[in-house]
Design a protein around this ligand. Structure first.
Ligand code: LLP
Length: 420
């Protein structure tokens, strides 16, 4: 978690100037807490490194789509990267602009294409020939030309978890590198498409720069071939994926990452092309924590369990990817620590948030699950008919509820029973 935004004051965890204990008291738990300052700093690191260069930042909405979070970025002039018309609606509601938004995703429906075109998105990142045809048809029906970039799969190993590695031949994403040139030629022949760029996304939680440079080399080689075929590629979209520190990972600083990529592109003679970044996790991940309260301590024969009120439905990453999130006490306790598995109340053995954690606990204590700002709330569900958590944004000394806690009756409001 961002050390400047989340820190201890007299043994009590604070989010900026607000005690996390008081937040839990006021808003209940489980509770997602975001720091405006941490969001701002992370975005500035990207934006500052892009200043004076021909490069723009598109916030990957999927990492955290709360309107208040998106609005913090929109106010700073961010563009956005979306993967559904739902995300487009959020961008607009949060004060973002369709003209600054790129529409990614491997399975856009015709209805989503229509909404994107009507809103005037900046570019569609297209992933297959059938999708090119579909977009051409939709654009034709609207009497428009759709700006497109092809997502090319550069077949590089991003050296990350297999579920979040996306740039290998075996992944479902993108146009195969060997087919890309011919696919561009097909796109060019479609009357209602305007070929404007190229893009790739090789994976997420990548903590080294080298896979990006490998991908870029392949992409730029392709750009040269495509331009030799008579098309002009205005922009190169390098995707998202820069990792963060959850435990002891040491990813490059955001500014160094951006600068290294831009310098590499320039050195290869492509400096005139606009470069798009689509960061998600590195903007929001360490700007959020999930607060939870210990319900029961359950000593076991092999393990001690701390059963807390947050669960896999609130934060799916541990259950889904065996992801590590640091877990820290909200109020430090001067007592001997024990080793606990921190688990939720959901009826699955996969419902754990942290394993083998050294903690000094009594029932009722509050814990903060760190680095929960990315792929946290957005991946939450109502499994076990559990209402989703509330979300809070802290800004200096102030805390604001930016999403109300769900109520049980909302969860089945759209359901009905058979009349007889
Ligand atoms: N652009 C595209 C086309 C993407 O698919 C993604 C993420 C991003 C940008 C943003 O990548 P980031 O900067 O956040 O790494 N749920 C997983 C992560 C899935 C990422 C999917 N794509 C997790 O919790 O680790």
């Amino acid at each position: 978690m961002s050390d400047s935004a989340f820190h201890y004051v007299d043994g009590v965890l604070h989010a900026e100037g607000v005690s996390a204990a008081s937040l839990a008291e006021q808003f209940g738990t489980p509770l997602y807490v975001y720091s405006r300052d941490a969001l701002t700093q992370a975005y500035r690191a990207y934006a500052d490194a892009c200043t004076g260069r021909n490069a723009t930042v598109h916030v990957a909405v999927k990492a955290n789509s709360n309107l208040a979070v998106l609005n913090v970025f929109a106010r700073m002039g961010a563009g956005f990267d979306i993967v559904s018309s739902g995300e487009l609606a959020r961008v607009i509601a949060a004060g973002g602009r369709a003209e600054d938004t790129v529409f990614s995703g491997v399975g856009k429906s015709a209805a989503e294409m229509r909404e994107g075109l009507e809103a005037g998105v900046k570019c569609f990142n297209v992933e297959s020939i059938p999708e090119l045809h579909a977009l051409n048809d939709v654009a034709k029906s609207l009497g428009k030309k759709a700006p497109v970039s092809l997502r090319v799969n550069p077949d590089v190993d991003a050296k990350t978890h297999p579920y979040i590695s996306t740039g290998l031949k075996s992944n479902k994403f993108g146009v195969a590198f060997s087919d890309a040139r011919a696919t561009y030629a097909q796109a060019r022949a479609m009357e209602h498409l305007d070929v404007v760029g190229i893009d790739c996304h090789i994976g997420s939680q990548i903590t080294e720069i080298s896979p990006y440079l490998d991908a870029l080399d392949k992409l730029l080689e392709l750009v040269e071939q495509i331009e030799a075929d008579g098309m002009h590629i205005r922009h190169v979209d390098v995707g998202g994926g820069l990792g963060i520190t959850y435990d002891d990972e040491t990813p490059p600083a955001i500014g160094d990452f951006v600068k290294t990529l831009l310098d590499h592109i320039e050195k290869r003679g492509h400096g005139a092309r606009e470069v798009y970044f689509e960061p998600g996790r590195s903007l929001v991940g360490n700007a959020g924590v999930l607060l939870t309260r210990v319900e029961y301590l359950k000593p076991g024969e092999e393990k001690n369990f701390a059963i807390v009120d947050a669960a896999m439905n609130d934060l799916a990453r541990p259950a889904m990817y065996e992801a590590f999130h640091r877990i820290v006490p909200v109020v430090k306790r001067d007592a001997a620590a024990q080793t606990y598995d921190v688990v939720g109340p959901v009826c699955e053995s996969g419902d754990w948030l942290g394993r083998d954690r050294e903690l000094a606990l009594v029932p009722g204590d509050l814990l903060a699950i760190c680095s929960a700002g990315a792929y946290g709330f957005v991946m939450s569900s109502n499994y076990n008919t559990r209402p989703r958590a509330a979300e809070i944004m802290v800004d200096g000394e102030r805390a604001r509820l930016v999403r109300e806690r769900e109520e049980v009756k909302q969860l089945f409001a759209g359901e009905s029973i058979l009349p007889d």
